[in-house]
Design a protein around this ligand. Structure first.
Ligand SMILES: [Zn+2]
Length: 581
């Protein structure tokens, strides 16, 4: 297959694409992917396709019939080649879609390229014709405008950036890395590039070297969005222009980069067998997304600490916050990690106000269960690093079978111990339990101390006084008191406060965040708040008898008097000394 992409009118947001199929035979069926690997939702990329026409090599028109939502049949009548032309509307700047405007062009192959059914394994050639003054950056071999892909998978897995962006480069472990910075942002470029290099060196060190010749980071600096998508030899990161300051935000940004980079091993090369080969026409189901996303999430922040970039105290706070969020989700007693993995296609990418009550995230719980598994392994003198290397070398060809991770754990700590762990935390919904003592840590629990208390830290000194009454509703961030979700079985749920209600008054007086919290503290458990809310456009009164606040904010801290063995274990795990209390 040969593809040519041009963009003669960037303001139209239309990419013009020409796809050439050699030896189409009497007829060839061309299809647009319905999803792109790494993002497990059917996105129907064909909805942006228009004006499909076909010609033979001499320019004579060939008949094209639309077969269904994403496929076309070209009657080639034995012509030596079929040339198909079409346009793709591209006005969605996310890491998984395509975008074209007067400033730049960006696309993932699954958004732009029809594939010939049954011919995915054939090599592909890509020619990009940029507007005057723009250049092309992609991880594909070749350049500056003509590239080769070993097959359709590689083409779809290699996003392309076209524009006037700068490209920084660094070497790490003997391999070249490029960083394409697209858009303007408030960042210290040399520092960012130096830190990326430390992340690459650290993770490459764990996995025994870098599995590519060249790697590309495409960084889109945008207004607010945060997201990334992994590829074999590249990644695209969308980060806010302001996401480099203060230090905590900068570490978040680096963690996103570390996350997508670590996928170069975990999910791009070590794949779920269920996704081998990719089927671009329909959903592919695996119970293992918790491993591929959860373990990767665990390594993203841990890598920063180990590489000497991330603050260890902040890392423990992060784990406490994630744990707190899990404890506060009634869905954690209903949905297992395996179920969350299988249902990503209908649940994970389509959250709503009921999600906390009915589901869990395989990223969030997956990260915590990876942490728990690492501690179990370390108790036996092993580690998650070791398990990763074992799986990587064993399943590099063919992918990880659905029971492959559990079998690997069984080899390291015994089959019965592995089964028990998986029954409770992967297939089951047992409350999270981590053997923190291995690394000299303990868990603390307390009641929330403000409406926005995310846990992760010990109680504030002046946080004492009477226990606040508990509403059991999560409020959206921002100046308005908008109920984001109502926790099942909580006070608000019983009293009939709804998600999306906007609280405007209590006992007839206007309240803001601080005032509402003060009213909850003053009222205490057993007393009622008389809330006035806007429910859609209607003013409604809801009386909520407050409950006793649960101790659902958790944090991690060093135990008193850790032993040398515990200090050593912490050092071996996090690469730094156990923080003093
Ligand atoms: Zn990921």
């Amino acid at each position: 297959m040969r593809y040519k992409v041009s963009m003669p009118a960037p303001h139209s947001h239309l990419f013009e694409v020409e796809a050439e199929v050699d030896h189409p035979g009497p007829a060839v069926t061309l299809a647009m992917p319905v999803w792109t690997p790494g993002s497990y939702l059917v996105r129907e990329f064909a909805r942006h396709l228009e004006a499909v026409e076909a010609f033979d090599g001499a320019g004579a028109r060939l008949p094209v019939a639309r077969l269904d939502k994403h496929r076309f049949r070209v009657e080639a009548g034995g012509a030596p080649l079929a040339r198909v032309r079409y346009r793709v509307y591209a006005n969605e700047l996310t890491v998984r879609t395509a975008h074209l405007d007067g400033r730049h062009g960006y696309f993932n192959g699954a958004n732009l390229f029809l594939y010939a059914e049954g011919r995915l394994s054939e090599p592909a050639e890509l020619v990009v014709q940029p507007p005057q003054g723009w250049h092309v950056t992609t991880a594909l071999e070749g350049g500056p405008t003509c590239f080769g892909a070993r097959d359709y998978d590689e083409l779809a897995d290699s996003p392309v950036e076209v524009g006037t962006h700068e490209v920084e480069s660094f070497d790490a472990l003997g391999k070249r890395h490029d960083v394409a910075l697209v858009g303007r942002g408030f960042l210290d470029v040399p520092l960012f590039v130096a830190d990326l290099r430390r992340v690459v060196e650290h993770l490459g060190g764990i996995m025994g070297g870098l599995p590519y010749d060249r790697y590309l980071f495409i960084v889109h600096l945008t207004e607010k969005r945060r997201g990334g998508l992994e590829h074999e030899r590249s990644t695209t990161l969308n980060v806010a222009r302001t996401a480099f300051f203060p230090r905590e935000a900068y570490e978040e940004t680096l963690a996103l980069a570390a996350h997508e980079f670590f996928h170069a091993w975990n999910v791009k090369r070590l794949k779920p067998a269920a996704l081998v080969p990719y089927d671009y026409a329909r959903e592919q189901y695996t119970r293992l997304l918790w491993w591929f996303e959860g373990v990767t999430s665990y390594y993203d922040r841990l890598a920063l600490v180990r590489a000497g970039i991330g603050d260890p105290a902040r890392y423990l706070k992060h784990l406490g916050e994630e744990w707190t969020a899990l404890v506060r989700q009634p869905g954690s007693s209903k949905m297992s990690l395996e179920e969350a993995s299988l249902t990503s296609w209908v649940k994970h990418y389509r959250p709503d106000e009921n999600t906390p009550n009915s589901a869990i995230s395989y990223y969030q719980k997956g990260e915590l269960v990876a942490f728990a598994l690492d501690m179990v392994l370390r108790r036996s003198g092993k580690s998650l690093d070791e398990l990763l290397r074992l799986l990587y070398h064993r399943y590099l060809q063919g992918g990880v079978p659905e029971d492959g991770v559990e079998r690997g754990v069984g080899e390291l700590i015994g089959e019965a111990a592995a089964r028990s762990f998986f029954e409770r935390f992967v297939r089951g919904t047992a409350p999270l339990d981590v053997d923190l003592d291995v690394v000299g840590l303990r868990l603390g629990r307390r009641a929330p101390q403000s409406l926005d208390d995310r846990g992760g830290t010990p109680p504030r000194r002046n946080g004492g006084g009477p226990a606040p009454g508990w509403l059991g509703a999560d409020l959206a961030a921002g100046p308005r008191l908008l109920v984001r979700s109502v926790r099942e079985g909580g006070a608000a749920h019983r009293a009939g406060l709804y998600a999306e209600d906007e609280i405007v008054a209590e006992s007839g007086f206007r309240v803001d965040r601080a005032a509402l919290w003060e009213r909850m503290r003053a009222a205490g458990p057993g007393e009622a708040l008389r809330l006035t809310v806007f429910r859609r456009d209607e003013l409604v009164e809801v009386t909520v008898p407050l409950a006793e606040a649960p101790e659902d904010a958790v944090w991690l801290e060093a135990i008193d008097g850790p032993t040398t063995q515990q200090r050593d274990a912490f050092q071996a795990w996090a690469g730094v000394a156990l923080p003093e209390r």
